[in-house]
Design a protein around this ligand. Structure first.
Ligand SMILES: Nc1nc2c([nH]c(=O)n2[C@H]2C[C@H](O)[C@@H](COP(=O)(O)OP(=O)(O)OP(=O)(O)O)O2)c(=O)[nH]1
Ligand SMILES: [Mg+2]
Length: 133
């Protein structure tokens, strides 16, 4: 099966109450339109995951991020491809978070992490994030 290598940013911030919040985006096109995900995308030839993630967030959100530790690498079999997705902690360094490709976005506190319809591959990482924030 075809292997698709993807990087995704789990962007963290804090709300006005001081609670940790995570940025979720809703896909605006394609096969998974309407599903919720972490912004990011496919690693291009010659790129490191770090470089790919910086580029994708600039393209998708007009924002500069600092990339933190790897949370986990998700391995997931979709019907037509195998997804291998590196998920990194990230923080916004500059930029307004413009939705260039997504239909919607939300900052979620821990208790709201299950309130959106995540893509199937993301379910396991959500559980792991819940335990880490
Ligand atoms: N970015 C991202 N992709 C995810 C997540 N979960 C998940 O199953 N995927 C899948 C959907 C896609 O098949 C693939 C990543 O594709 P993408 O559409 O973000 O890639 P891209 O930004 O490079 O966009 P494109 O130019 O290929 O359209 O990984 C997630 O949380 N974030
Ligand atoms: Mg993308």
């Amino acid at each position: 099966m075809k292997i698709v290598k993807v990087v995704a940013a789990v962007i963290r911030s804090v709300n006005e109450k001081g609670e940790p919040i995570i940025f979720a985006t809703q896909r605006g096109y394609g096969e998974f339109k309407g599903g919720w995900e972490f912004p990011g995308g496919k690693i291009e030839d010659g790129e490191t995951p770090y470089e790919a993630l910086k580029r994708e967030i600039k393209e998708e959100l007009d924002a500069e991020i600092s990339v933190g530790d790897l949370i986990d690498t998700i391995e997931y079999d979709y019907p037509t491809f195998h997804l291998s997705m590196d998920c990194f902690w990230a923080e916004i360094v500059s930029g307004e978070l413009v939705l260039n490709e997504h239909d919607d976005a939300k900052w979620l506190i821990k208790d709201e992490l299950n309130s959106v319809e995540w893509l199937p591959a993301d379910i396991s990482i959500i559980h792991s994030i819940e335990g880490k924030i």
